[in-house]
Design a protein around this ligand. Structure first.
Ligand code: ZN
Length: 693
C-alpha cells in the first residue's frame, strides 16, 4: 500500500517511471525560505478564506490560483516539487559520472554507459530496428504452441507487485512477483499474475462508455501505426487481430477491485498441476523459459485469468500469437527505437491515456530510465550526497514517537477486545521501519551495460532484475527488504514483511525539514509516517499478523465495530463532489482515508508529546497547533488536469488531495485550533466526527 498513486505513463515497460509533473515552482522549497514560517508557506495561503469553510483553500488558495500545470505534466503540487528536486539531483549525479573519464568504478561505468547510450539519439536513429531484429526473427520462427509458450514466458519479468507497490499491470503475458508466501512468510515463492494487455486495465477494453470507446479506437490505430513504422505488411489487418486478441485476454482478466482482494489470491498450485488446471500453454516449455522449472509451487494470484489466458494460447491461431508478440516486442522498446517510434508511443500513452500536451525532454526520460534500471546504484549516490545521518536520526525519533502514540491509542480503545489489542501491539513491536535507504544494496556485478547499446542495456537490466528476484527463492527471507528506490518520492507499507519504507527523496522539505518547527514536521511527514503505520491495522493490514502470515487476528465483534465506524467515513467521502458529474467513491478510497485519519490523529498526539519549545510569542502568525494543521493541509497541495482527475476518481484508491486535506474535520483539536463553529462548511457535529483508533 503506497502513500499515493504515482501518476504513471504506462507505455513500454521502460517508461514506467513516475511521471509527476515538473512544477511551476522551479526553486526547491529550501530556497524559498523568506516566505516560510517554521516550515509553512505563508505566501501560498489564502487567508481570506475561513479555515472552517474550506481548509484546502485556506492553506493553499493563492498557490492554487497562480499555479499552471506545465505542458509535459498532468499534475503540479508538493509531490511534483519533490519529484523535480529528486530528478534534478539524480540528473546532476548521473551527468557528473557520465563526463568523459569521470567514472572510476565498474558501477559508475554502468551508470555512465546506460545514460549516455540512452541520450545518443543519432546512434539510435542510425541503428533503426537493428537491435530488435533478433527478437523479431525468433518470433517469426515460432511454429507451434510450444514455441509461443516458450517465447512468451521467456519474456516474463518481475514487473508486478501485488501488495507493496500494488502494481498489477504488465504487457507481458504474465507478471511474476517474488515475495514471502501468504501461508508461510518464512519462505519466498513466485506469484503468478495476469498480464498481456497494452492498456492499463481490462476496463479499457470492455467498458461501454463513449470515452473508453474513443480510447480503444486510438489504441487500435496506435498498434497499426507502430506495425507500419516497423515495415510489417498489412498493418491495419494485423493490428486489428492483435487488438482482438488483447480484447479476449481482457475478457478473462480479473477486475482491479478483485485484484486487490488478498483473500482470493492465496492459490498455491503445484508446478506439475498447471497442465491440468490451465490447459493450453505448454507449461514445461513456459517454466523452462521463465527460469521456474525447479520451483515446487507457485501462488496463482489470478487463477481464472491464468486459466483463461492459457486456454487462449491453446485456441487462437499460432500466426495471431506471432503477430501479437511482434507488436509487443516493438512497442515495449519504442522509447529506445528511432524517434518516429518514440513519438508514436507518446501520442498514445502520453497524450491519449494521460492527457499530456508535450513529451518530456530526452534528458528527463534518460534520467528516469537510468534511475529505474540501476535503482540501487543511483540510490547509493543519492543518499551519500543528499541524506545526512542527522536527518535519519531525527526521523528515527519521530518514528519512535509515532509508534508510541499509536500504541497508546490502541491501548486506550474501549471497544477493542484485549486479545485483538495484544495482537495489534505485537505488530507494532515487530514493525520494520526503513528510513532513507535499505540496509543492504543490490550487487550489480553480473549486469553487463555496454556503451552504444541502449535498447539491449534496457533488456539486460530488466532481465537482471528478474534473475535477482528468482535468486531469492530458497534463501531465508530478508525482513528488512525494500520495495522502492531511495530516489522515489513516495512511502510504502509492506504487509507480509510488516515493514515500512520511507525513501530519502520524500524525507525532504516541505515534508520534512530538519530546521522546521516540530509542529510543521509532525503535521507533514509525521502524518505520512502515521498513515503508513495505520495500513498495518486497517481492513487490509488486519489480515496479516505480526509475522506477516495471512491470518485475521481481529475478533468478529471488533471487526464489526471497525466496519461500522468506517461506514461513517464512507458516507463522509461519498458526499464530496470534485467534478460536476462525479462524487468521490467512499468505499474505494476507504483504506486510504482511514490511514489519513489515523495517521493525522497519531501525528497530533506525537507532536504534542515531542513539543519542547515554549509556545510561540503572542506576535507569532500562528499557534503551534495551527502550524501543525496548516502544514498538513499544505502537504496536500496539488492541481490535476481534468482527464487525469476523472481517471483517478474512477480507479484510484486515494481520494483527491483537496479532500485528503479535509481529514482535519474529524479531529477535535482542529476545531479548537481555528475556532471552527457550527454553520461553517466543513464543520462536523461531534457525533459525526470519525475516530477509528
Ligand atoms: Zn496509503
Amino acid at each position: 500500500m503506497t502513500f499515493m498513486t504515482p501518476v504513471r505513463i504506462m507505455a513500454a515497460a521502460l517508461s514506467i517511471a513516475a511521471a509527476y509533473g515538473c512544477s511551476s515552482q522551479p526553486k526547491p522549497p529550501t530556497a524559498a525560505a523568506p516566505a516560510h514560517a517554521g516550515g509553512i508557506d505563508l505566501a501560498g495561503m489564502d487567508r481570506s478564506t475561513a479555515p472552517g469553510d474550506d481548509f484546502f483553500t485556506f492553506t493553499n488558495g493563492t498557490w492554487f490560483k497562480t499555479t499552471e500545470i506545465p505542458p509535459d505534466r498532468s499534475t503540479a503540487g508538493t509531490w511534483t516539487v519533490l519529484s523535480d528536486l529528486a530528478q534534478q539531483r539524480t540528473r546532476e549525479l548521473i551527468e557528473n559520472i557520465a563526463k568523459p573519464g569521470a567514472a572510476t568504478s565498474p558501477d559508475e561505468r554502468r551508470i555512465a554507459d546506460y545514460f549516455t547510450s540512452y541520450m545518443d539519439e543519432p546512434a539510435i536513429e542510425t541503428k533503426a530496428l537493428e537491435p530488435i531484429k533478433p527478437f523479431l526473427a525468433s518470433i517469426a520462427a515460432i511454429g507451434d504452441r510450444r514455441g509461443v509458450s516458450s517465447w512468451a514466458c521467456g519474456e516474463i519479468r518481475a514487473d508486478v507487485d501485488a501488495l507493496n507497490a500494488t502494481n498489477f499491470a504488465t504487457d507481458r503475458l504474465f507478471g511474476v512477483w517474488i515475495s514471502p508466501a501468504l501461508d508461510d512468510p518464512t519462505s519466498y515463492v513466485p506469484y503468478l499474475l495476469q498480464g498481456g494487455l497494452g492498456m492499463p486495465d481490462r476496463d479499457y477494453y470492455v467498458d461501454a462508455s463513449a470515452d473508453m470507446q474513443k480510447i480503444r479506437e486510438a489504441y487500435r490505430s496506435h498498434i497499426a501505426a507502430t506495425l507500419r513504422l516497423a515495415g510489417i505488411a498489412n498493418p491495419d489487418e494485423v493490428g486489428g487481430r492483435v487488438f482482438a486478441l488483447e480484447t479476449k485476454i481482457a475478457n478473462v482478466h480479473a477486475t482491479r477491485t478483485e485484484s486487490g482482494d488478498v483473500q482470493h489470491a492465496n492459490n498455491p498450485w503445484p508446478r506439475a498441476e498447471f497442465a491440468t488446471r490451465a490447459p493450453g500453454i505448454d507449461w514445461t516449455a513456459c517454466f523452462d523459459a521463465a527460469g521456474l522449472a525447479q520451483v515446487p509451487r507457485l501462488i496463482v494470484w489470478h487463477p481464472a485469468a491464468v486459466t483463461g489466458i492459457s486456454a487462449l494460447v491453446g485456441q487462437e491461431p499460432v500466426s495471431v500469437w506471432r503477430e501479437y508478440l511482434t507488436y509487443h516486442a516493438i512497442d515495449r522498446y519504442a522509447a529506445l527505437l528511432p524517434k518516429a517510434f518514440a513519438d508514436e508511443s507518446f501520442a498514445f500513452y502520453g497524450k491519449t491515456l494521460s492527457g499530456l500536451e508535450a513529451q518530456r525532454p530526452r534528458w528527463k526520460r534518460a534520467v528516469d530510465a537510468t534511475s529505474n534500471a540501476l535503482g540501487d546504484l543511483v540510490g547509493q549516490l543519492y543518499v551519500r550526497r543528499y541524506f545526512p545521518a542527522e536527518s535519519k536520526q531525527q526521523l528515527q525519533v519521530m518514528v519512535k514517537n509515532l509508534v508510541a502514540a499509536f500504541d497508546t491509542r490502541v491501548g486506550s480503545l474501549d471497544w477493542m477486545d484485549p486479545k485483538t489489542k495484544a495482537s495489534a501491539r505485537a505488530k507494532l513491536g515487530t514493525l520494520q521501519v526503513g528510513l532513507g535507504y535499505p540496509n543492504k544494496w543490490r550487487d550489480y556485478s553480473s549486469l553487463e551495460i555496454k556503451s552504444g547499446d541502449a535498447l539491449m542495456n534496457a533488456w539486460r537490466a530488466e532481465r537482471f532484475t528478474y534473475l535477482q528476484n528468482l535468486a531469492k527463492l530458497g534463501r531465508p527471507v530478508e525482513r528488512s527488504e525494500w520495495a522502492m528506490t531511495p530516489q522515489t518520492v513516495n512511502a510504502l507499507n509492506l504487509p507480509i514483511l510488516n515493514g515500512l519504507n520511507f525513501p530519502a527523496a520524500i524525507l525532504e522539505p516541505p515534508f520534512f525539514d530538519a530546521s522546521a518547527s516540530v509542529a510543521a514536521n509532525y503535521g507533514s511527514i509525521g502524518a505520512i509516517i502515521g498513515h503508513e503505520i495505520s495500513h498495518s491495522f486497517d481492513d487490509q493490514g488486519s489480515q496479516f499478523d505480526a509475522s506477516g502470515q495471512l491470518r485475521n487476528w481481529w475478533t468478529p465483534a471488533d471487526f464489526a465495530h471497525f466496519k461500522e465506524t468506517s461506514a461513517k467515513l464512507v458516507q463522509q467521502y461519498n458526499a464530496y463532489v470534485p467534478m460536476a458529474d462525479l462524487h468521490v467513491n467512499g468505499q474505494l478510497t476507504l483504506s486510504e482515508n482511514i490511514a489519513d485519519l489515523a495517521g493525522l490523529a497519531a501525528a497530533f498526539d506525537a507532536y504534542r508529546q515531542a513539543r519542547t519549545a515554549p509556545p510561540p510569542a503572542a506576535a507569532a502568525t500562528f499557534t503551534s497547533d495551527q502550524e501543525f494543521f496548516i502544514s498538513f493541509g499544505q502537504s496536500w497541495r496539488s492541481k490535476l488536469r481534468e482527464p487525469l482527475m476523472r481517471q483517478l476518481i474512477l480507479t484510484d484508491g486515494h481520494a483527491p488531495d483537496r479532500f485528503r486535506a479535509a481529514t482535519v474535520r474529524n479531529l477535535d483539536a482542529w476545531y479548537d485550533a481555528f475556532g471552527v463553529k457550527a454553520g461553517q462548511k466543513q464543520y462536523l457535529a461531534p457525533p459525526d466526527r470519525v475516530r477509528v483508533w
